[in-house]
Design a protein around this ligand. Structure first.
Ligand SMILES: Nc1ncnc2c1ncn2[C@@H]1O[C@H](COP(=O)(O)OP(=O)(O)OP(=O)(O)O)[C@@H](O)[C@H]1O
Length: 792
């Protein structure tokens, strides 16, 4: 039925053609010529766009032919079997040919070729082997779905004796149920693997509208109840759920108290709210609430920071730690206190590799300064480091424009900034500039304050987006003008791994880039920390077993859950491991769907199905799957003062429909139970989409596995490292290794790059199980160290 389209006309002389069809021409443009660079094949989504335009050209001609030949085409006469086949994203024939970092969607040419080969096989089975009976005529169309993958619909006109005339005959060849898992395990597995839309359980429209045994009035209401789309009262409901969940008796008591002491309680609540909002960096005046009567404020208008800092109670245990400082810590301690005592300013840098006791030193210093009635301001670049420092706050929430900030900085005898190596130097320089103004001493660094920075430049450095090595180095504190006047205090002894001195030494050599390398520039990994290769290629399962032994027995133990994690370089690897852990973990699963939208899209041009498929880095998934006791990690600073900051680790306790209950498990706030709401989140990388994407979801991810960068500063005694791709930035290998306390607590699974063939893209790396057995797992590894950032 489909004509051959001619560019001008099809001329034949013997067997040779003088002209080619439009279709032939574009087929030629899509050929892969190994020696020639073909820009079309590298165009990713542009390639798809181009494909669509070219297809429209060809299809336009086809449609014209059909329009002009209506008398010959008597479509209305036909009836028969309708069926379809669709392309599978995990077809190996496609994955094997992808260029580095391409996905199947980026290569419509490959997808179409492989799809056609399969289609031809299918046609042969249908029309030559007659698997469904003799076919006398057929029609099929191939369509490309939104994601850029093709599928086809068939209409088969059967020979008279094979025509299906009663439902029973259809039932013999068409089955819309899952095969019996126990009888036909292989068939069952095959159907589940290739099933595109998941099992459907609904049998009627009423059934579709029934949620939790309640028949809803509309499909919209049913979708809202299922949490698939956002209901208008989601926030109200989550508040109601939290209140039901949290001690109804105390809430009733509060209500009774409000009735009795209305004005007083109202003012107390407002003052409390003001303080909470301040700690989140917000002013209560921005919200439509009753006015505050300052006479009820017992702090007499004193800024929250000042009240907080001047009422810190010293933990006697922290004060006693001073007697256990080791020699180098003691030297640093004495030097810093001497500068604090003189009170004429000084800038010091505690340079200590991971585990050398920087936090231990800060804890003793803070206890000493506070014990003398002085003010010490403790900050850290990341929320995790801040949460393990007494009175610690992130620099982001500490150095704000709040009225109390300047006052507290003026009063402080010591300002401590941990993980300064992870912050861009411009941020530190901005503080220096502000302090000079605040103190009215422009000529003295930090206006003459004692400022102690701590950090480790062996670790992953602040990200200069798409920055070159030079730009990254230029962005760090080492390159600042402040370095000249900074006194260096060195800690060397690894106190965390002191029971395994060989390992402690090895870590330091990795961090310093002094570990011996082979001719390919790789360092050797200690044999006993590498996962031994398995015969059946299930190395990742082996790594999971090493890190999470006897999971079934330990899954309800929060200490077990949070003292271990698998680290990897990329989010896609992390997601893969977390998905495996969801399957392994027992218990009922709860799925929370996100509500996705685009800002400034009043006409709804961006379809929800499209938005739901997006998973930008740093955002939670569209379908967040949780089970009780799952370890999770926060993705945003929600309430830093109360321990809810980016990278805080929690364990899931219980679910409600719009909220869930979790417990903070590490740091100063360990043991605190919190309710987490869904909040609007935007990708940190603004340029990633040509529109402003917004996902309303719980700001968390599972933390069975996490990226190496996210693990920086975390305490993880038992560590697995999964490296299906080589590490790619300064300090990554060091950060991954030094989390562990000893060699016996770490296992690495590094897969040789060649195993995946050259440039097979991410899907192939996800298929690492299919690694060729002849190829060994890696026991040597690339280590990237920018030595210039380590020298002073
Ligand atoms: N003098 C000491 N006596 C006993 N234990 C110590 C001493 N110094 C440090 N430790 C212990 O060693 C471990 C590592 O110390 P700490 O967390 O302070 O190191 P760090 O340099 O801050 O590490 P990281 O950079 O990885 O955060 C902790 O368990 C700490 O309690």
């Amino acid at each position: 039925m489909v004509p051959n389209l001619l560019l001008s006309r099809l001329c034949t002389e013997g067997n040779s053609r003088l002209c080619v069809s439009i279709r032939d021409y574009y087929c030629y443009r899509l050929q892969t010529h190994p020696a020639k660079f073909n820009p079309i094949l590298h165009g990713a989504r542009l390639f798809q766009q181009w494909g669509v335009y070219m297809f429209i050209k060809i299809e336009g001609c086809r449609l014209k032919w059909i329009r002009d030949h209506q008398t010959q085409i008597r479509v209305d006469l036909y009836q028969g079997l309708v069926g379809s086949i669709a392309v599978g994203e995990v077809w190996e024939e496609i994955l094997n040919e992808l260029l580095p970092s391409q996905t199947p969607q980026d290569r419509p040419d490959l997808v179409a070729r492989v799809f056609r080969a399969k289609l031809e096989t299918m046609k042969e089975m249908l029309f030559k082997k007659h698997i469904l009976g003799v076919v006398v005529a057929h029609v099929y169309v191939v369509e490309f779905q939104k994601r850029g993958l093709p599928h086809t619909h068939f209409l088969l006109i059967m020979n008279r004796e094979y025509k299906l005339v009663v439902p029973e005959q259809y039932d013999c060849i068409i089955s819309v149920e899952l095969p019996d898992k126990h009888k036909y395990l292989e068939l069952y597995a095959m159907v589940v693997k290739h099933m595109m839309y998941g099992p459907c359980g609904k049998t009627s429209f009423e059934d579709q509208r029934t949620v939790d045994s309640v028949l809803c009035d509309s499909f919209r209401e049913a979708a809202e109840r299922l949490g698939l789309i956002e209901a208008e009262n989601t926030l109200d409901e989550s508040l109601t759920e939290s209140t039901q969940f949290a001690m109804p008796a105390s809430l009733r008591r509060l209500f009774a108290t409000i009735l009795v002491f209305r004005k007083l309680v109202e003012q107390m609540v407002l003052l409390d709210l003001r303080s909470m909002l301040q700690s989140m960096g917000k002013d209560i005046a921005l919200f439509p609430l009753p006015d505050i009567d300052e006479t009820y404020d017992t702090t007499r208008g004193e800024a929250r920071e000042v009240t907080e800092e001047s009422t810190i109670e010293v933990d006697s245990h922290d004060a006693a730690l001073a007697s256990s400082l080791n020699h180098e810590q003691r030297l640093a301690y004495d030097k810093i206190l001497a500068v604090v005592d003189v009170d004429d300013g000084g800038v010091l840098f505690v340079d200590g590799p991971g585990g050398t006791g920087k936090t231990f030193l800060y804890t003793t210093l803070l206890a000493k300064v506070w014990g003398e009635g002085k003010i010490a301001v403790a900050t850290a670049t990341s929320g995790v480091a801040a949460s393990i420092m007494p009175g610690g706050r992130t620099t982001h929430s500490r150095f704000t424009k709040q009225s109390g900030t300047a006052k507290i900085l003026r009063m402080a005898s010591l300002i401590l900034w941990d993980e300064a190596s992870m912050k861009k130097r411009q941020a530190v320089e901005a503080l220096d500039n502000s302090m000079r103004d605040i103190m009215g001493r422009r000529h003295q660094p930090f206006g003459g304050k004692t400022v102690v920075f701590g950090g480790d430049f062996r670790q992953v450095l602040p990200v200069a987006r798409k920055g070159s090595r030079g730009q990254i180095i230029d962005a760090i504190l080492r390159s600042s003008y402040l370095l000249k006047g900074m006194r260096q205090l060195r800690l060397v002894t690894n106190m965390r791994a002191h029971n395994d001195p060989w390992f402690a030494d090895y870590l330091l050599r990795v961090g310093n880039g002094t570990e011996e390398t082979d001719e390919e520039g790789n360092i050797r990994l200690p044999q006993d920390i590498c996962v031994p290769p398995t015969r059946d290629g299930v190395d990742l399962e082996k790594l999971i077993d090493h890190v999470f032994p006897a999971l079934d027995h330990n899954m309800s133990d929060p200490n077990y859950m949070t003292s271990r994690a698998i680290l990897s370089t990329k989010n896609e690897n992390v997601d893969k491991i977390n998905t495996r852990m969801i399957e392994r973990f027992q218990g009922e699963e709860k799925i929370y769907h996100s509500f996705d939208s685009v800002e400034d899209d009043p006409h709804g041009y961006y379809a929800p199905e499209f938005l739901n498929n997006l998973t930008p880095n740093g955002l939670p998934p569209r379908a967040l799957k949780l089970k009780i006791n799952f370890p999770i990690i926060l993705l945003r600073n929600i309430d830093p003062v109360n321990g809810l900051c980016n990278a805080t680790r929690l364990v899931v306790w219980d679910f409600q429909r719009n909220t869930f209950d979790a417990e903070i498990v590490l740091g100063q706030h360990a043991g605190r139970r919190v309710f987490l709401p869904r909040i609007p989140l935007c990708p940190s990388d603004d340029d990633i989409f040509p529109f402003k994407f917004k996902r309303k979801q719980f700001p968390i991810r599972l933390s069975f596995a996490m990226t190496i960068n996210k693990a920086q500063g975390q305490t993880i005694p038992v560590v697995g490292v999964y490296l299906p791709d080589p590490i790619f930035s300064h300090g990554q290998l060091y950060v991954a290794l030094y989390r562990a306390t000893a060699k016996r607590n770490i296992k690495i699974l590094a897969i040789k790059d060649d195993d995946k063939g050259k440039g097979k893209g991410k899907e192939q790396s996800q298929n690492s199980k299919k690694r060729k057995r002849s190829e060994p797992l890696l026991t040597t590894m690339k280590n990237i160290v920018y030595k210039e950032v380590l020298s002073t």
